[in-house]
Design a protein around this ligand. Structure first.
Ligand SMILES: *Cc1c(COP(=O)(O)O)cnc(C)c1O
Length: 421
């Protein structure tokens, strides 16, 4: 089987580990930047194209700052994500606020930052107006329902909690138009981890056709179309990267056929990808703690599902490289586990790997999006550090590891003294 590459050698990693003990996440700045440029270039035909990085995928200000430098905005969906964007210097219409079931303080904060408001429901128009005031630019999230087949992770659109129905879109834009809103956008997101380039052209077609109808019927014009995130990455070594150029070209064809041909536009294409932008360029580095032989062979790591939940959560495949053993035949079958008291705390099940021993260093690939970010503290597990491998080869910490003090910070031990039981 093909091996996946790493941006460092075993010796380099051993040096890094001397300073920063495992487990940790490490991100490859050079690769992130190159990928960001390639992504942007793929859409250079569209003036005003912008990617709003989905902050939830990798909520670290250092990564956001790098991506902002490459021209990306931020897609936020919570108060903390809005604050993170603000602290990174991303404000105004460089923020896409794509929330759902939104609390009032989030609308107020987003409005204050002058973020682009992407509403998830018809009822949010009045809610937003009442508590924060209507903005001058508004966007609605469309849920195409049975018109579009969802993919595996995200499920059928008509079962999804997100977005407006088609009829509600017409009503929503009309309400906003009549209230004096002048600038409009439209959004949908119906895929997750999709590797088929054609899927995105189909999504664009649906939105472009809607724009044509809405523009005609309501006499409004659209500034942008936000195609959402969901561009996939090849987690398995035998999978291929999505053909970005083909994807962009497919969208361009629909744009010309529907937008240009109807005398509409120019309309800016926006995306809000997370996974595609940082996913392949982050690694979870761990060590083998114990090898256990019972009914199966288990390799227990010093990392657990608190550091990377995707395999336990939805059986996701993450490729594993054993440093220094890349050339060895993967002749032994292991379950690669963590230490959480949950039997599904496994990074891999029945994975063929080289013979493992205590202290082997393991790199778990494609952990750069929805990896650290999904971390949690169940079982008293602490979240790891995040490191950045800079373009000059230097390694800097961009988040320290949690300590037990962090874990206990919300408890009142002092109050125990005056707590009669
Ligand atoms: C999660 C999410 C994204 C990013 O999804 P990826 O699969 O990481 O590209 C974008 N937009 C919204 C609204 C999301 O919820």
């Amino acid at each position: 089987m093909a091996e996946k590459e790493l941006p460092f050698t075993k010796n380099q990693l051993v040096e890094i580990i001397k300073k920063y003990p495992t487990p940790f996440h490490i991100y490859d700045e050079k690769a992130i930047r190159e990928n960001a440029r390639e992504f942007k270039n793929a859409f250079s035909w569209n003036e005003g194209f912008k990617e709003f990085f989905a902050v939830k995928a990798a909520p670290n200000p250092h990564l956001l700052k790098i991506l902002h430098k490459e021209g990306f905005g931020a897609d936020c969906s919570s108060l903390a994500e809005l604050i993170l964007a603000e602290k990174t210097g991303i404000t105004g219409e460089e923020i896409m606020f794509t929330s759902n079931d939104t609390p009032v303080d989030e609308f107020v904060k987003a409005k204050k930052l002058q973020a682009i408001m992407n509403l998830d429901d018809l009822s949010h128009i009045a809610y937003l107006e009442k508590y924060a005031g209507l903005p001058s630019l508004i966007c609605f999230r469309y849920n195409p329902g049975p018109l579009k087949k969802g993919n595996l992770i995200i499920g059928h659109p008509e079962e999804a909690k997100y977005g407006f129905t088609r009829e509600q879109l017409f009503e929503g834009y009309k309400i906003c138009r009549d209230k004096g809103v002048k600038r409009f956008g439209i959004h949908t997101m119906v895929a997750s981890n999709e590797l088929d380039a054609g899927y995105f052209a189909e999504t664009a077609q649906i939105l472009f056709e809607l724009i044509a109808e809405l523009s005609r019927e309501l006499n409004i014009s659209f500034e942008f179309v936000n195609l959402g995130g969901g561009v996939g990455i090849p987690y398995r070594p035998e999978q291929k990267r999505i053909d970005l150029k083909a994807m962009s070209l497919g969208i361009k064809e629909k744009y010309e056929k529907i937008i240009v041909a109807n005398g509409l536009g120019p309309i800016k294409i926006y995306t809000e990808c997370g996974r595609y932008i940082t996913g392949p360029y982050g690694y979870l580095i761990a060590r083998v703690l114990h090898i256990k032989n019972t009914y199966k062979k288990f390799a227990g790591l010093d990392a657990c599902m608190a550091n990377l939940m995707r395999p336990a959560l939805y059986g996701a495949y993450h490729h594993i490289t054993v440093l220094g053993k890349e050339k060895q035949t993967p002749a032994v079958v292991y379950d690669v586990t963590g230490s959480l008291c949950e039997n599904n705390d496994k990074f891999a099940i029945d994975r063929e790997l080289p013979e493992l021993e205590r202290d082997d260093i393991i790199a778990i690939h494609d952990a750069g999006a929805h990896g650290f970010a999904m971390g949690f503290n169940y079982n008293g597990k602490l979240r790891s550090a995040e490191l950045l491998l800079r373009e000059n080869g230097e390694v800097i910490p961009i988040r320290r590891p949690e300590t037990t003090d962090d874990y206990f910070a919300t408890l009142d031990f002092a109050g125990l003294l005056s707590f009669p039981v």
